[in-house]
Design a protein around this ligand. Structure first.
Ligand code: CIR
Length: 258
C-alpha cells in the first residue's frame, strides 16, 4: 500500500542564524517559528499524513528545511550534498531516518552539490534546477540515480531565486505555477500558470486535490480556489524570512511499501 508519511525536523534554537542569499536579513522570532512549525506539522497530520521526525540537528541553523537534504523517487532516497557547506552536517540524521523507514539509499558525491529544493517532480518528469546550490555534477548524479528507475530528468537554469522550487511548483494536474519575475525560462515548462505573488508559486499537494500554501499569498489562493482547488493555508512568516517556503519544511514519502 502506498504510504502517506512525511519527514519533518524541528527548528534549531539557532534558526535565526540561518542563511540568507537573495533577501535582506530580517530578525527571526524563534519562538513564533516553533509555533508555526508545530501548526504546519499539525496541518499535515490533519490531512492524513503521518509525520516522522528526523532527530534534531541543533547546531545547524537551517536544519528545519529538511527538503534540501533528501530527494525521493519511488522508494529510493537520494541523500544530497547541500550546496552550502554549513548545511552538509544535516544529512547524516536524515540518512538514518530514511534507512529506518526502509528506503533504498543513494548519495550525491563530491564534487556534486544538490539541494532538494532544486528538484520538482511532476509524474515521472523530474525537473532539476542548476543554480546557486546545485551544480552540473549534482545534476548528472541525479540523472544517473533516477533515469534507470524510469524518470525523465530535465535540467533548467535557476538564477533569480534560491532554488527551483522557490520559483515553480506544480498543481495535481501537472500545471506549473510560477511568479514570472522569479522564473528564468517559463517556456521550458508545459502548461505554465503565472501567479501574482512570489509565495503563490509554492504549493504542497496534500492529497485529495488539496493544496497547502503560505498565508502570504492570498491573491493566488483566491485564484486557485476560483479554479476549483481546495486551498489550506499556514502562516510560515518566520521561515520565509530565511527564504524557506511551504515545500521545504517536509519531505513526503508516498511510495514506500513497508
Ligand atoms: N527548499 C527550500 O526552500 N529551502 C529553503 C532553505 C533556506 C535556507 N535558509 C538556505 O539558505 O539554505
Amino acid at each position: 500500500m502506498p504510504s502517506k508519511k512525511a519527514l519533518i525536523r524541528r527548528p534549531s534554537p539557532r534558526l535565526a542564524e540561518g542563511l540568507v542569499t537573495h533577501v535582506e536579513r530580517e530578525k527571526v522570532d524563534v519562538e513564533l517559528a516553533q509555533e508555526q512549525w508545530e501548526a504546519y506539522a499539525e496541518t499535515l497530520r490533519a490531512h492524513g499524513w503521518e509525520t516522522v521526525e528526523v532527530d534534531p540537528e541543533d547546531d545547524c541553523p537551517d536544519s528545519v528545511f529538511v527538503e534540501d537534504t533528501v530527494v525521493m523517487y519511488k522508494n529510493v532516497a537520494l541523500i544530497t550534498r547541500p550546496g552550502a557547506e554549513s548545511r552538509r552536517a544535516e544529512t547524516a540524521g536524515v540518512e538514518e531516518a530514511v534507512a529506518r523507514l526502509g528506503c533504498s539509499v543513494n548519495w550525491i558525491w563530491e564534487p556534486g552539490t544538490l539541494d532538494g529544493g532544486d528538484v520538482l517532480k511532476v509524474g515521472d518528469t523530474v525537473y532539476v534546477g542548476r543554480g546557486g546550490r546545485t551544480n552540473a555534477a549534482g545534476v548528472q548524479q541525479l540523472r544517473a540515480a533516477f533515469e534507470p528507475l524510469g524518470a525523465r530528468v530535465v535540467a533548467v537554469p535557476v538564477s533569480k531565486v534560491l532554488h527551483l522550487k522557490s520559483a515553480v511548483t506544480a498543481l495535481p494536474d501537472g500545471t506549473i505555477l510560477g511568479h514570472i519575475p522569479n522564473v528564468d525560462r517559463p517556456s521550458l515548462f508545459p502548461g505554465f500558470l503565472a501567479v501574482p505573488e512570489e509565495a503563490g508559486a509554492h504549493v504542497v499537494l496534500l492529497g485529495g486535490g488539496k493544496l497547502l500554501m503560505s498565508a502570504s499569498a492570498p491573491k493566488t489562493a483566491e485564484l486557485l480556489a476560483d479554479l476549483g482547488h481546495e486551498v489550506v493555508t499556514v502562516d510560515i512568516s518566520e521561515f520565509e524570512k530565511l527564504e524557506g517556503c511551504v515545500t521545504c519544511l517536509s519531505v513526503r514519502l508516498r511510495e514506500l511499501y513497508a
